[in-house]
Design a protein around this ligand. Structure first.
Ligand code: UD1
Ligand code: UDP
Length: 353
């Protein structure tokens, strides 16, 4: 069997690190296509090296630009690749523009689409990711869901055949690598921060970075806190901060370049609290028993809220400060329940697809 997998953004490299190994074990020939959506070494190459992901067959070099140009150029380049190298199936991850382009290119050529992380919904169509999720699910032939809520969401949209509750691939990767991160990462020492004595933050969502008022408000809040804050800065946010001329005047806010996955796991596990608008980090924090404050109004990972480890606050500083107080003054919840994707169950399922 020949499968083409499209990846392009940081979280997709992390997810692919596990399933690409499963494909080797299954004897499936996987053709990895990197769209080039993320292209800086610390957003792409670092993960291929650290997580030993096979080198992509091609990098399509489609990074930057607006949604239309980016998705359109990916679509055209992926279609050309599928015509040159036939595939029995297309595999896509998550909800980025690379996901949508891969799914659409394959569906139009009648190549079955397998969507990993199907069924997630934030119910906020202003998020480009929500559009990508809905469209990808509706052209997919096998929908592999991480949670029962995702299965339910699909049912509510009339999709119930070929829907499989497989568990969470990111949890699988975290389980395998958290012990290695604990042993090997020296990031806390390098930053001179101490376990449970600093906050961690990441910001990259369009809704938080495109509006200068919202972005400056978030940065002002991060600089006003009574703890060190480590902020691995996404290149999108770096560029937006430069455009608005924002300058860090605080010794407590440690702005660093994006880090590799092992360092990020160590930073998340060591943090007293995470403030983020990331999707994946909300879950990783909960799994590592680090409270998370999500700087958004909605989330597709509702289980993290139900578990008590995550609070949705938006970007108003009073709400952020009040959520921090809540976590600092109250007992933390018990471990969050999660269904992990296992190699065995994936291999069994894949044989049926
Ligand atoms: C994308 C995904 C988002 C995901 C995130 C993961 C979409 C619509 N968005 O958002 O769902 O959560 O990746 O991190 O697909 N840039 C660089 N170097 C890079 C990558 C990006 O400088 O290596 C800058 C460029 O100016 C680029 C901007 O960041 O235009 C935005 O990048 P893009 O990939 O379009 O969106 P993200 O915000 O990264
Ligand atoms: N991550 C990382 N280095 C960083 C920031 C994030 O390795 O500097 C990891 C993080 O641990 C998680 C994934 O990247 O596994 C999340 O990516 P991101 O927040 O960019 O995307 P999202 O999950 O929001 O789509």
């Amino acid at each position: 069997m020949k499968i083409t997998t499209v990846i392009g953004a940081r979280p997709q490299f992390i997810k692919a690190s596990f399933l690409s190994r499963c494909f080797c074990d299954l004897g499936v020939r996987e053709r990895l296509l990197h769209t080039g959506q993320h292209y800086d070494a610390n957003m792409s190459e670092v993960f291929f090296e650290e997580l030993q992901i096979p080198k992509p067959a091609r990098n399509l070099g489609v990074g930057g630009q607006g949604h239309g140009a980016q998705t359109g150029q990916m679509l055209s380049a992926i279609e050309a690749d599928l015509l040159d190298f036939s595939a029995d199936a297309m595999l896509v991850y998550g909800d980025t523009n690379s996901t949508l382009a891969g799914a659409l290119a394959a569906a139009k050529l009648h190549i079955p689409v397998i969507h990993i992380e199907a069924g997630l919904r934030s119910f906020d169509k202003k998020m480009p990711e929500e559009i990508n999720r809905i469209l990808t699910d509706h052209v997919s032939d096998s929908l592999l869901c991480p949670t029962p809520a995702a299965v339910e969401n699909l049912k509510n949209e009339g999709i119930s055949s070929s829907v499989h509750l497989v568990g969470d691939v990111m949890h699988r990767v975290l389980l395998d690598l958290a012990p290695i991160a604990k042993e090997k990462s020296t990031i806390l020492e390098r930053l001179s921060v101490f376990p449970k004595q600093y906050y961690l933050s990441t910001i990259h969502r369009a809704e938080n970075t495109d509006d200068p008022v919202i972005l400056s408000r978030i940065m002002e809040t991060l600089t006003s806190l009574n703890e060190d804050v480590v902020l691995p800065l996404h290149p999108r946010t770096k560029q937006k901060l430069k455009e608005i001329g924002w300058d860090n005047q605080s010794d407590r806010l440690k702005i660093i370049e994006p880090v590799g996955y092992l360092d990020m796991l160590a930073l998340t596990a060591g943090a007293k609290l995470l403030m983020t608008d990331s999707g994946g980090l909300q879950k990783e924090a909960a799994w590592l028993s680090t409270p998370c404050i999500t700087l958004r109004d909605t989330t597709e990972w509702v289980e993290t809220i139900e578990s008590g480890w995550n609070t949705l606050v938006g970007t108003e500083d009073e709400k952020i400060l009040s959520a921090i107080n809540q976590y600092e003054q109250n007992e933390l919840p018990g471990p969050m329940q999660v269904k992990t994707l296992t190699a065995e169950s994936f291999v069994e399922l894949f044989k049926q697809i």
